[in-house]
Design a protein around this ligand. Sequence first.
Ligand code: FPP
Length: 259
Amino acid sequence: MREQRSPPAGAHGGHAPPRHVGVIMDGNGRWAATRGLPRIEGHRRGLEALRRTVRAAGDLGIEHLTVYSFSSENWRRPAQEVADLMGLLKRFIRNDLADLHRNGVRVRVIGSRDDLSSDIRTLLVEAEELTRANTNMTLHVAFNYGSRQEIAVAARRLAEDVVAGRIDPAEIDEKALEARLYTAGAPDPDLIIRTSGEERLSNFLLWQAAYSEFVFLPVHWPDFDASALAEALSIYMNRQRRFGGLGPAATAGNAMTGS
Ligand code: FPP
């Protein structure tokens, strides 16, 4: 997924806008609970927040937006809630695909397709095929996604390539593994936002987030909007990114380990 090995623009100064933003859309259930509404209502409003966010990200020139919409662990939820989330994915693709395409958004769906119904699998392929050549922004929808599973699958693909003689084990490096992740070809996320006040990655982009900045906002996802996105970007742009090197503070002789 990584395109750069040396610090990109914005390293040391931290003022370049992010090319790639990942979002953990959390707090739908709590949003609904505080209003005495069923959880599905929180997810429905969450879908509206997702639409707003895609538009706002496009307006801000973000090239890649990755949204965590169903984790491989979400199957543990009650069957009705799982069915509701599947229904919302279908609704999103059916209702919004034409609009996304008109706005030059490429849609990629990352995650395992194995457990998805055949109508959903067909819709996902249709969305990816229709928007394949779009270049304004790429929306990566993480659905039935789990980062450990993604890395394990990449390792399996490498093993298969070794057995088939396509790659020598001595050639296996970070790039070889990255090329086999669901996110192959996209830059690493510069910024990962999580809403609802929780502060963890929950199996989201573990490999890709090695040097991401994290911004945790107290707002529940259904209330997320363009101004919340702008706030997260402003926090990000005031951060100093060092990518393991030394920041300007080193010149003053007080740098720590550079991380
Ligand atoms: C986390 O909130 C959110 C989810 C598990 C689902 C996210 C789904 C959407 C934003 C809308 C649907 C969009 C698509 C494309 C399917 P939570 O339910 O864990 O909230 P809680 O922690 O407050 O209970």
